[in-house]
Design a protein around this ligand. Sequence first.
Ligand code: DX5
Ligand code: ZN
Length: 233
Amino acid sequence: MAKGFLLAPSILSADFLHLEDALQAAEKGGADWIHIDVMDGHFVPNITMGPVVVKAVRRATALPLDVHLMVESPRRFLDDFAEAGADSLTVHVEATNELERLVEAIQDLGLRAGVAISPGTSADRVLPVLDRIDVVLVMTVRPGFSGQSFMAEPLLEVRRLHELILKEQAQALIQVDGGIDAQTAPVAAQAGAEVFVAASAIFGHPEGIPVGIRAIRDSLEAQGAPLVDASDS
Ligand code: DX5
Ligand code: ZN
């Protein structure tokens, strides 16, 4: 079985006028998942895209669609994103006081459930559901915009989650998102990250999307010790 880290290009930095071309370039370039950043202007100070975009992206690629919900009251939108073709839905612990019910609702829809923490939020907030979620997303920038600088502090939470997952023999993959490029991805991998989201380093790469993907993958492979069974994605 092929082993490797998973790369999830975020379309937030893609050329929306030519989104289909960008998606095909990402798929051919070796992307594992497509990451879609949903922002509502309340939970974060930016507005991006909703189910209508997920539905269009679904038609343009066969890759799993990894939908990152940066919205208040995410429960209201789960059905819509499921119907639009999402494969996984990630919700922020800071956006809900019913995390367990939310995770259950996502999995009841037949989707993979992810739980995200923003910088400054303790990994402890994920513990009540760590044994049953599919992905735990540690943000390495403040959610809201692509193109920000990588923050190293959240790697302490990555490290802690990595240890807890091993100890509890949990299945959750650790995903990092924000300021990920060929320099920072190996640093996050060393802390235990397995799934790497990148927007500007891939869709904004001066030599094109496949080169952006290759640069991150090479930097991870150069470091060795891939952690994840990519064939499970
Ligand atoms: C930020 C989003 C990220 C963002 C990453 O709130 O969740 O997915 O698009 O962008 P880069 O890779 O440019 O930091
Ligand atoms: Zn994201």
